[in-house]
Design a protein around this ligand. Structure first.
Ligand SMILES: *Cc1c(COP(=O)(O)O)cnc(C)c1O
Length: 266
């Protein structure tokens, strides 16, 4: 290792160390392009002609894994932990677009939004207070401002469709009010991109609940249904989610390999 040439690497590795205990070897990221292509094929056949976005979830995986996927044409990546995301983002090209998909503490919003110009979306907005905070920080860095030509930050309302105590998110019936708040009170720095859910394993009714919440939102805001995206579906259930209307799937282990246990941020 040439620490002399890249003095920052040792620091970054320390930042990542507790989150990525098994340092990726060339063997595990060499498999990424093929696994990615297989996931893309499965998305295409489940989508039968619709466009479905793939967010490649790289949490607890190395920057080399992200680089391998990006070199195979993947543009959008998801991460669940702010420190891990910021450390990794420094090690990969700035043309990747990041989605934050983890539980977001209000005191981390400033660091996240200020440090990451290529943050494309925060998928885990769970309160008006959090939306307001994100909007203020995003406005301060010029997101969505015509004079800076910087795109608005996409946000998704996270909906708890399973009613499990461990799951984060607003209740389905609270969703239209939060969505309306984002559209009417948060200003141009945010764009309401859609709704997101994790759901319960093996319970596809969670996906139907997100579709119903979306319909309630588009009715309340008088928007066409296509205007509000649905982020739902992970490695174990993305094809089912797509068949039930998902427009964006968040797939990690099927692309990058299994994570050490305790990988879910939620
Ligand atoms: C980890 C994670 C994923 C990806 O999970 P896989 O089962 O590895 O595909 C998707 N969404 C969220 C919110 C996650 O935390």
């Amino acid at each position: 290792m040439t620490f002399g040439a890249f003095p920052i690497l040792s620091t970054l590795e320390m930042v990542q160390a507790p989150l990525a205990p098994s340092v990726a070897t060339s063997a595990n990221y060499a498999a990424v392009p093929e696994a990615l292509e297989a996931v893309r094929q499965r998305i295409r056949s489940a989508a039968s002609g619709r466009t479905v976005q793939l967010v490649a979830v790289s949490k607890m995986k190395s920057a080399e894994s992200v680089q391998a996927a990006r070199d195979a044409g993947q543009a959008v990546f998801g991460e669940s932990y702010v420190q891990e995301l910021l450390a990794k983002a420094l090690q990969v090209p700035q043309d990747v677009r990041w989605h934050f998909i983890g539980r977001l503490q209000s005191n981390k919003v400033k660091t996240l939004v200020e440090s990451l110009p290529n943050l494309a979306a925060i998928e885990t907005v769970t309160s008006t207070a959090l939306a307001d905070r994100i909007a203020r920080v995003a406005a301060a860095v010029g997101r969505g401002s015509a004079s800076t030509h910087t795109p608005a930050l996409d946000v998704y309302v996270q909906v708890d469709t399973s009613g499990e105590a461990t799951k984060n998110g607003v209740k389905p019936e609270e969703t239209p009010a939060l969505a309306e708040h984002i559209v009417t009170a948060c200003g141009p720095s945010l764009r309401l991109a859609g709704l997101m859910t994790i759901g319960a394993p093996d319970d596809a009714s969670c996906f139907d609940a997100l579709v119903a919440a979306r319909d309630a939102v588009t009715q309340r805001l008088a928007l066409p249904a296509e205007r509000i995206g649905l982020s739902m579906g992970m490695s174990g259930d993305f094809e089912e989610a797509i068949r039930r209307g998902s427009t964006s799937v968040r797939v990690g282990s099927s692309i990058f390999g299994a994570r050490p246990t305790k990988g879910m941020s939620d």
